[in-house]
Ligand binder design. Structure first.
Ligand code: UP5
Ligand code: MG
Length: 257
């Protein structure tokens, strides 16, 4: 489950080497031997480490959000990774240490399905099948929650999950994310985490977990690849202890301290 960018960054390094930490270090001490790895690494790190400053450039076309009703374009970080990669766990840490609002698209959809709304049953069934809910539903839930928060920095967790989600976001919100925080974790590790979670989620059973992985590989990884090509993916190896995952994660938010 590696992106093209990550392959380039690692330059054949052992998978046990913390990837993001390596990326940052290599960029700082740019005396590395593999020219291709150094180039890719440097470009990636600039995009990630400068995330707080890159907004003007990557907020795409300068179109203001019609839906936010504010002058400034919000700062949005898309937090992606497979089911059980640790997105929610790490978002909580970022919120504790930096001024961000955490919005989990999955949590918003689960609340929506319990709210008695007319499409609640459809959302419930799609989640149980590990399928991606139509973009219109999710984008509207996210934008409503953003507006209601009154804040301007957001971790959007678990979205966009496919190209249609991404396109719908840009069309409706009117701007792209600042960067993508990607938690990379092997499926067997994620499976054990999900089966041990015990929070009563309808999708934390082995049949649905397999479907969620398939959806992630086929529909969500292309989104990560898309942003990798734009040097907007900040990757973290999340097959580590939570504190170690966060040590890597927080580096990407230094600009927001
Ligand atoms: N844990 C976390 N980190 C750990 C670590 N480093 N070491 C050991 N254990 C660790 O973590 C999962 C479990 O692992 C927890 O018990 C945690 O303590 C432990 P968590 O942080 O919850 O992982 P996360 O990546 O958030 O896993 P989650 O199951 O929430 O991810 P999904 O992407 O599958 O779920 P989400 O809620 O985003 O989406 C659910 C469904 O909603 C989707 O399948 C889809 O049907 C639908 N959906 C859409 O259709 N569109 C959307 O935009 C979003 C969702
Ligand atoms: Mg989650």
């Amino acid at each position: 489950m590696k992106t093209v960018m990550m392959e380039a960054c690692e330059g054949g390094a052992s998978a046990s080497v913390p990837r993001a930490g390596r990326m940052v270090k290599m960029a700082t001490f740019a005396t590395t031997t593999l020219a291709s790895a150094a180039l890719a690494t440097s470009a990636t790190s600039v995009a990630c480490m400068g995330a707080g400053e890159s907004k003007g450039g990557v907020a795409s076309d300068g179109v203001k959000s019609a839906t936010m009703g504010s002058e400034a374009t919000p700062t949005v970080v898309f937090v992606l990774g497979g089911p059980g990669a640790g997105k929610g766990t790490q978002c909580a840490n970022v919120v504790r240490d930096f001024e961000f609002v955490h919005l989990s698209a999955g949590d918003l959809l689960r609340a929506h399905m319990k709210s008695g709304s007319k499409d609640g049953n459809m959302v419930a069934e799609m989640i149980k099948q590990g399928q991606i809910v139509p973009s219109e539903v999710t984008v509207n839930l996210l934008l409503d929650a953003m507006r209601e928060s009154g804040k301007d920095r957001f971790l959007i967790d678990g979205f966009p999950r496919n190209k249609e989600n991404r396109d719908a976001w840009e069309t409706t919100a009117g701007y792209d994310c600042d960067f993508v925080l990607f938690f990379d974790c092997p499926e067997d590790v994620m499976t054990q985490r999900l089966l041990g979670r015990n929070e009563g989620r309808t999708d934390d059973n082995i049949e649905t977990i397999k479907k969620r992985f398939k959806t992630f590989r086929e529909s969500s990884m292309p989104v990560i690849d898309y942003y990798s090509k734009l040097n907007k993916v900040c990757s973290v190896n999340s097959d580590q202890k939570p504190d170690d995952v966060y040590a890597q994660t927080r580096q990407y938010f230094a600009k927001f301290a």
